[in-house]
Design a protein around this ligand. Structure first.
Ligand code: NAD
Length: 414
């Protein structure tokens, strides 16, 4: 995954004509931390996991990024995702840098007590490098508001009451209205912009979604509310389709009970990976990375792809899609709604003030529309696709902030 982000970064750096030394400096994370987390499991045995936090760049503010609990989590994943966070926060112009981390555990095989223990060990081992003005974690794959509440509690033991150390918290613990659905709402707003770009309206639009967790299910619900039809949804266990449009409310209830969309009675079953090549206008990969690759890209039939997930498209697939004129709204723009409302949450925590949900949604919508327009402007001006344009915009903003903070020689200025 790191190699893939590097590929896009280099293409954008070429557009910006950046010298090699500057590329190297901007690309390299400022700090990488790996910790061993020992817990006693429910059977009374000692278990240990590895935790990671990669802090990529802090030129524009404290670093910000999710925590992912997944068996495949490692330093490379954390570094690649931290890097994306630096660009994402710059694109939506929130005052943060980028970081990412996680633990290589499998929550599906762990009890809540075990998850609580491993989370607290992680905070214990990283408390010096996180904090409201240093690095602010948030939920990602397999972590949620409950885990964020535990992090706040553990950190507050050392630093005093600190709600702003983490975002995506429960509302009762000074979480923000609208944070849960924020990434999905952002996906819906950028899709609205993409449809306008292509002169289309919501009516008669057919949509397929891979992944039905936080991002997939909220995107589905909000997109269906606009009048589009969600005709296929898949997760890690299987898919379900309905040509007349799936009943998303019923599917959300089914998935909450069964922890999968598989078996949903309101549609036909299909093998999960087929969702990528479904006959639709819009495809939303909202699961994990490498969903669209050289192997399946020729079968993609959508004209618009909105990357809800981080890193769902491989570079070879990206080039093939650009060649075919498919409009791909890249992850660092499309899924930035989450970090945007995380910023609102952090700002509310610091002010010790709560905003109403309408205000959150309005400000989120305008940030996403502004970000889309800014990326679109760079794409048109430089004659490049939206992904490389997003990188160009972000690298320029980060570079300008970094070089404004210090003296730099003429040839290293942005
Ligand atoms: P989640 O854990 O809530 O849901 C993940 C979903 O993906 C589940 O439905 C799971 O079944 C599905 N999935 C996993 N492996 C799959 C596979 N091989 N094939 C099909 N489906 C599969 O996670 P989430 O928070 O919704 O995050 C999804 C993606 O969005 C990740 O790439 C994450 O980094 C990115 N993201 C999340 C947020 C956020 O606010 N949660 C913000 C920005 C980006």
């Amino acid at each position: 995954m790191l190699e893939e982000s590097h590929y896009y970064f280099q293409k954008a750096a070429d557009v910006l004509n950046l010298p090699d030394r500057l590329r190297e400096i901007i690309w390299t994370p400022i700090r990488t931390v790996k910790v061993d987390l020992v817990i006693d499991d429910d059977a009374g045995c000692l278990q240990h996991y590895q935790g990671f936090r990669v802090q990529h760049n802090k030129s524009r503010g404290p670093m910000k990024g999710g925590l992912r609990y997944h068996p495949a989590m490692d330093e490379d994943h954390a570094a690649a995702l931290a890097n994306l966070m630096t660009w994402k926060t710059a694109i939506v112009d929130v005052p943060f840098g980028g970081a990412k981390g996680g633990i290589n555990c499998d929550p599906s095989t762990m009890s809540e007590r075990e998850l609580n223990s491993v989370t607290r060990r992680f905070v214990e081992q990283t408390k010096e490098i996180i904090g409201p003005t240093i690095d602010i974690p948030a939920p990602d794959v397999n972590t949620n508001a409950k885990v964020m509440g535990w992090i706040m509690d553990e950190y507050s033991k050392y630093a005093g009451f600190s709600p702003a150390v983490v975002t995506g918290k429960p509302l009762e613990l000074f979480g923000s209205e609208g944070r849960d659905e924020a990434t999905g709402r952002g996906v819906m707003v950028v899709l609205d912009e993409a449809l306008k770009d292509q002169g289309k309206s919501w009516q008669n639009i057919r949509v397929a979604i891979q992944g039905f967790g936080n991002v997939g299910s909220n995107s589905a619900r909000l997109i269906a509310e606009q009048g589009a039809r969600i005709v296929a949804v898949a997760d890690h266990l299987g898919g379900v389709s309905n040509d007349n449009g799936l009943d998303i409310g019923a599917l959300v209830a089914w998935a909450a009970e069964h922890r999968t969309v598989k078996g949903f009675p309101g549609g036909k079953a299909f093998a999960g990976p087929e969702v990528i090549t479904w006959d639709v206008d819009v495809l939303i990969p909202a699961a994990l990375e490498d969903a669209i690759t050289e192997e399946n890209v020729d079968g993609v039939r959508a004209d618009i792809i909105i990357e809800g997930a981080n890193g769902p498209t491989s570079p070879a697939a990206h080039e093939a899609l650009v060649e075919r004129g498919v409009l791909v709204v890249p992850d660092i723009l499309a899924n930035a709604g989450g970090v945007t409302v995380s910023y609102f949450e952090w700002a509310q925590n610091i002010q010790q003030f709560r905003w109403q949900k309408d205000r959150i949604n309005e400000e989120l919508t305008s940030k996403m529309r502004e970000a889309y327009a800014a990326v679109r402007t760079v794409a048109e001006k430089e004659h490049i696709d939206m992904r490389i344009a997003a990188f160009v915009l972000a690298i320029r903003r980060v570079g300008k902030a970094a070089t404004s903070r210090t003296y730099v020689a003429e040839n290293f200025r942005f």
